[in-house]
Design a protein around this ligand. Sequence first.
Ligand code: SAH
Length: 362
Amino acid sequence: MSAAAGPLLDRIRALIAATGPLSVADFMAMALGDPEHGYYTTRDPFGAAGDFVTAPEISQMFGELVGAFAVAVHADLGAPDPVRLVELGPGRGTLMGDFLRVAAVRPGFRRAIDLHLVETSPRLRAAQAAVLARAGVPATWHDRLDTLPAGPLIVIANEFFDALPVRQLVRTAEGWRERVVGLGPDGSLAFGAGAAGVDPDLVPPHARLAPLGTVVEVARVAAAVMGDLAHRVVRDGGVVLAIDYGSDRSGAGDTLQAVARHRFADALADPGAVDLTVQVDFEALAAAARAEGAAVHGPVGQGDFLVRLGLLERAGRLGAEKGAADRDAIVAAVDRLAGPDQMGTLFKAMAVTRPGLTVPGF
Ligand code: SAH
């Protein structure tokens, strides 16, 4: 435990002392979203000076290509006007700023956009508002999906699902238990196995025969979000585009990861000061969408997705207007976004539509 650990650690220790260990999901939700001391509440984590770099922060090309994707899908949907353009967890607003520049080349699309942002962090909301003021596009902010209006919608979620809390279950000699965060002998936070058994239906079928000690993750919040969005898409028409790091097959294992200042960190030492994410289980997200009657496209690697949308052509055009140093930076950005040893295969793109629609990039 670091001597400089923040106020959230004290609060969580007191809570555990009073009411018992927290599920990993409750711990994650507090560490990231506590209204006073949560990671996303208090910080702007992005960029070289922050804790991690996301695709839109690497290059304007990312948001531009997502914009080109949306322009094409909007036309395929029959150009609904208005169309709800929804971004989940927009961070600094960088993706949307780049997106809207591209959208402006299709005045019909740009005019049809009714922009809704789902963001819990007041600090990041302010950063998003500044970008949108420059773009001259009004927006409505939401804490949750329930308040989104009905109607055809285009939903963009980049590195959003990986921030949603997951429960972890661990197989012990006494059966499956909730993996919990409790207090170790020295009073610091420690992982453990909960005392009571869990509902056996909660254990994913693929993990039922896993060896003792196996941890599996159950992403109920992510599945509920995807289910709600898929329901809207089937009812009203539209698309959900989710891009995240994760696996296309459900598997076992503890994927909870803490990052600070571009390095792996301890998830328990100073909650609220480090980012926490999990790998997204795209198989489970796809199942949640199909359960609502939606069609699922992909997942495909982010590299393939971006290249099919024209990453290399876009990089070429951007580089043609620039000098040698800028051109090198563009080449490096292409490699980071699409290279198989970088974000190109670990990150995946998946789209959800009504059955019968094809979408670019898949
Ligand atoms: N899409 C951005 C930011 C990714 S970080 C980018 O690619 O750069 C995750 C984002 O989701 C942040 O904006 C964070 O504040 C937001 N977020 C995390 N959990 C959330 C929740 N439960 N509800 C709404 N927004 C959330």
